[in-house]
Design a protein around this ligand. Structure first.
Ligand SMILES: [Zn+2]
Length: 377
């Protein structure tokens, strides 16, 4: 068979990025000492205050935690904290850094490692997003206002996921991670269909597309059971599968396949104060639903995704995101941000504008409300 390549596929190569090592298991944290010593001899463990208080005391190595210097994260991934940690790395001659906790600790550990040229080991204690495996970190002001994204030269050298720790975290984190992971396949499919570049400025490999699809299938198969098990604080096959989907498959999928409408809609929703108490993945999930209306997806697919969101507790209506009273003007403000030229929504096959996006968001809300109403009857 003769393959005819279009112009774009000649211009841009296939690209994919991965963490150096990925380890996941019930007591995976027991491997941290060995793993750290594999990369260096003067380690720095940067941990969130809750990790220092509740997680570290539960894990005792031969000599306690004496083999690594522990520093408590000051709470924000901002310039000031970055400067403090970079100075500390230089002063202590640190040669490997471990970031342990939620998204911001992980991001700052990755950025400090990248800035100082040392390896980083990422140890997420919640599975709320696909950030752990990625090659970027988000920088905020000291007051928590978004400032920019730092792109690393390499993805993390190792990602270590202890399922027992994640099972102890509030279920809402896991569900939010499912919302983020839910977007992976739909955004990958959009980028592939429109010939758009992925997050590493290349085209998606077959490998990455297969991972993105597996991510979606894994959520549908195990999502509900994983939520139930996490509610009971127990590890299980389903929870393990969803942790892998949220952290590994979604991480590989979004970077190596690309983003599209779901994440742009998330970004736009952040202008509405009403949504500020919701997690990244919760807003992304609604972005997936609105994105399906935007591309006029088939009814079967829409129902499958709505059913999944309803089953695990992801938002399907404006009311679920506390934005039922938002005026048309403010919705249009969000829709305008969603359609900013820099946004990934332009990776969709169809040409979009703020009016179309506003209609799609309203349609997503109406469909969600209708389904809830039918369930009540
Ligand atoms: Zn995301």
């Amino acid at each position: 068979m003769i393959l005819i390549k279009d112009e774009d596929s000649v211009r841009q190569p296939l690209k994919a990025v991965f963490p150096g090592k990925y380890i996941q298991g019930k007591k995976a944290l027991n491997e941290l000492k060995y793993l750290t010593e594999l990369f260096g001899s003067r380690g720095l463990l940067l941990a969130s205050p809750s990790v220092v208080a509740h997680v570290l005391p539960k894990y005792q190595f031969e000599n306690g935690w004496d083999w690594i210097h522990i520093d408590t994260f000051q709470g924000e991934c901002c310039r000031e904290e970055l400067e403090r940690l970079v100075a500390k790395v230089h002063q202590d001659k640190t040669d490997v850094i471990v970031g342990m906790g939620g998204g911001k600790v992980i991001d700052i550990a990755k950025i400090v490692a990248d800035s100082t040229g040392i390896p980083v080991i990422v140890v997420p204690t919640i599975a709320s997003s696909d950030a752990p495996c990625s090659g970027c970190g988000v920088i905020y002001s000291r007051d928590g206002i978004f400032e920019g994204v730092h792109y690393l030269k390499m993805n993390p050298q190792a990602v270590l996921v202890d399922e027992s720790i994640i099972a102890q975290a509030p279920t809402r984190f896991l569900v939010s991670g499912m919302g983020d992971a839910l977007a992976t396949w739909f955004e990958a499919r959009s980028c592939k269909s429109s010939g758009s570049a992925n997050e590493c400025s290349g085209y998606a490999t077959h490998t990455a597309m297969a991972i993105a699809h597996l991510c979606y299938k894994t959520l549908l198969k195990h999502g509900i059971q994983a939520k139930t098990d996490c509610d009971l604080f127990v590890t299980s096959e389903a929870l393990s599968a969803v942790i892998e989907a949220n952290i590994l498959m979604s991480g590989l999928g979004f970077e190596s396949c690309g983003l599209a409408s779901a994440h742009s809609i998330h970004n736009g929703l952040t202008v509405l104060e009403e949504t500020h108490t919701f997690y990244h993945g919760e807003k992304v999930a609604f972005g997936v639903l609105a994105g399906l209306h935007l591309i006029e997806a088939g009814i079967k697919e829409k129902d499958t995704v709505y059913c999944f969101c309803e089953s695990v507790g992801l938002p399907t209506t404006f009311e679920d995101l506390k934005m039922e009273g938002v005026s048309r003007d403010r919705l249009m403000e969000a829709a305008t941000k969603i359609c900013h030229p820099s946004e990934a929504i332009h990776h969709e096959v169809k040409k979009v504008d703020p009016e179309k996006v506003l209609i799609a968001m309203k349609a997503a809300d109406a469909y969600g409300r209708k389904r809830k109403y039918i369930h009540i009857l």
